[in-house]
Design a protein around this ligand. Structure first.
Ligand SMILES: [Zn+2]
Length: 439
C-alpha cells in the first residue's frame, strides 16, 4: 500500500542527504574523491548495520499452527515468541493482533519458516486510505517496521467504506448504477460479480443491520468487494488484450468479430475502449450483464503484500540504498567532470524501483516531462511505457501496474497464497529479481 508523508521522518543526522558527494569542484578533484570515499565507507557501513538490525532473517518453525489468541497479551506473546517479532505495540486490539499474526503465519509457512521478519509491529492511525505499510525510508527511525492502521479495525471506518461499495445511504444501489452506466456509456462498463455464498449472506445481514457483523467479518467483506472491483479493472483496463484472448470464443459465438492482431496493435487505452464496446454489445445480445466469478480472497492478503515489500527490501533495496551513498569511481568522476557534468548521479536508485504513479508528484512529472522522468527513473519509465510489461503487470492488478515495487509485492502475495502465477508474470518477476519463497 501507499505511504503517507508521515513516514519520512528524518532523525539520523549522519545519514542526511548532505553527505552525498556531488562532482563538480574540478580543481581539487583528487582530494575530494579521497575524502568522499572515506565518508562513503562510513555511510555504507551504517546502512548495512541499519538493514541488518531492522530486517532480520529468521529461521522459524517450518510449519506454524495458528490458533486465535483469547487475549491481547497472548497474541503479543505469540508474535514475539513464535514469530520472533522483536517488539509489538501494546494497544493492539484482540481482533487486530490475531489478524496480523494469522497473516504472518501464512507468509512464514509459505516460506517454510525461512524469511525476513519485521523487527517491530505497530498499531497506529495511518489516515483513511492505507491499511498497512512497511516503512521503506532508511532515514526513518521506523525503517523496516510493519505498521497496521487501527482505523481499519473500527466499525465507523469499515461502515463508511462498505456503505459506499454497497450503495447504501445517499449513493445509488450497485444494480442501479451498473445498469445506468451500462446504458449510458461503454467506458463505464462493469461486470456483475458472483461472490462466495458466505459473502452474499454477509451483505444481506449488513444491509439489515450493520451492527450484526463483527469487525473481522466487515474486514473480510471489504477485502473481497475491493478485490471484485480490482478484478473488473484488471480485465477491462489493466490487461484488455489478455481478456480478449480469454473470451474470444464467447464473442465469436455471439457474432461479435474482432481481429486479434489489429487489436494488439492499439494502445492499452484504445484496447480498453474497444473491449468495453464489445462487452456492451455482448450484453445486448445476451439480454443481461455478463457475469464474472470472483474467487474468495483472505483479508490477510495485505500482510502477504507488505511482507513481499520487506523481502524485496532485503533482497534489492539494501543494494540500491548503498549504491545511493557510494560515490562514483575516480575514473568515472574524473571523466564526468571533464565532460562538464556537475552531478554524476541523476538516477534516483531507490525511487526508481520502489516508487510509482501513486506517489506524490510522480504522475505529474511522468505526464508533463517524460524525458526528465526517464532520466531520474529509467527502469520505472521502461516499466510504465512498455505495453507488454504493462499488460503483464495489469493481469495481476492495477496497483501492480503503478511501480516495480508494487508489482513485486502483489505477485509475492499471490505466491504466498499458492495462487497460480502465469508464465509471463513469473518471467517479469524474475527479471526484476523478485524474492522467491524460502529465502
Ligand atoms: Zn505496496
Amino acid at each position: 500500500m501507499e505511504f503517507s508523508a508521515e513516514n519520512a521522518i528524518k532523525s539520523d543526522k549522519g545519514l542526511s542527504k548532505g553527505a552525498k558527494w556531488a562532482v563538480g569542484i574540478g580543481t581539487a578533484l583528487a582530494g575530494i574523491v579521497t575524502a568522499g570515499i572515506l565518508i562513503s565507507k562510513h555511510q555504507v557501513g551504517k546502512l548495512k548495520k541499519l538493514y541488518d538490525e531492522n530486517i532480520v532473517f529468521q529461521n522459524l518453525a517450518e510449519k506454524i499452527d495458528f490458533k486465535e489468541a483469547k487475549t491481547v497479551e497472548e497474541g503479543i506473546r505469540f508474535a514475539k515468541e513464535v514469530l520472533k517479532v522483536g517488539d509489538v505495540d501494546k494497544d493492539f486490539t484482540l481482533d487486530a493482533i490475531n489478524f496480523a499474526n494469522k497473516g504472518l503465519v501464512e507468509v512464514s509457512n509459505a516460506n517454510k519458516g525461512r524469511l525476513f521478519m519485521p523487527k517491530k509491529l505497530w498499531y497506529r492511525e495511518m489516515g483513511d486510505n492505507t491499511l498497512a505499510g512497511v516503512v521503506q525510508d532508511i532515514e526513518s527511525p521506523y525503517f523496516g517496521h510493519l505498521r497496521i492502521n487501527k482505523k481499519f479495525f473500527e466499525h465507523e471506518t469499515l461502515n463508511e467504506k462498505l456503505n459506499i461499495m454497497l450503495g447504501i445511504g445517499k449513493q445509488k444501489t450497485a444494480a442501479e448504477s451498473a445498469s445506468k452506466a451500462a446504458a449510458k456509456a461503454p467506458e463505464e462498463f462493469k461486470f456483475v460479480c458472483n461472490l462466495d455464498e458466505k459473502l452474499i449472506k454477509m451483505i444481506e445481514r449488513y444491509k439489515q443491520s450493520p451492527d450484526s457483523l463483527t469487525i473481522a467479518e466487515k474486514r473480510e467483506l471489504w477485502a473481497n468487494l475491493s478485490n471484485a472491483l480490482r478484478i473488473n479493472e484488471n480485465m477491462l483496463e489493466g490487461a484488455p488484450l489478455r481478456t480478449l484472448k480469454n473470451n474470444l470464443s464467447l464473442f465469436e459465438k455471439n457474432g461479435i468479430k474482432v481481429d486479434v492482431d489489429d487489436f494488439a496493435k492499439l494502445t492499452n487505452e484504445k484496447q480498453s475502449e474497444k473491449l468495453k464496446e464489445m462487452f456492451t454489445q455482448l450484453r445486448e445480445k445476451l439480454g443481461h450483464q455478463p457475469e464474472i466469478d470472483i474467487p474468495y480472497l483472505s483479508p490477510t492478503e495485505i500482510i502477504h503484500h507488505e511482507m513481499g515489500h520487506l523481502q524485496d527490501f532485503a533482497k534489492n533495496l539494501k543494494e540500491l540504498d548503498i549504491k545511493r551513498w557510494k560515490i562514483p569511481s575516480f575514473k568515472d568522476a574524473y571523466n564526468d567532470v571533464k565532460a562538464g557534468k556537475t552531478d554524476t548521479s541523476d538516477v534516483e536508485f531507490v525511487d526508481n524501483r520502489w516508487k510509482g504513479l501513486t506517489y506524490k508528484g510522480f504522475k505529474e512529472l511522468f505526464e508533463k516531462n517524460p524525458k526528465k522522468f526517464q532520466k531520474k527513473y529509467p527502469d520505472l519509465y521502461e516499466f510504465l511505457t512498455n505495453q507488454e510489461t504493462q499488460q503483464v503487470a495489469g493481469s495481476v492488478s492495477w496497483y501492480a501496474q503503478t511501480s516495480i515495487g508494487e508489482f513485486i509485492a502483489e505477485v509475492y502475495g499471490k505466491m504466498v497464497r499458492g495462487e497460480k502465477i502465469a508464465d509471463d508474470v513469473l518471467a517479469l518477476y524474475k527479471k526484476y529479481n523478485g524474492p522467491m519463497l524460502g529465502g
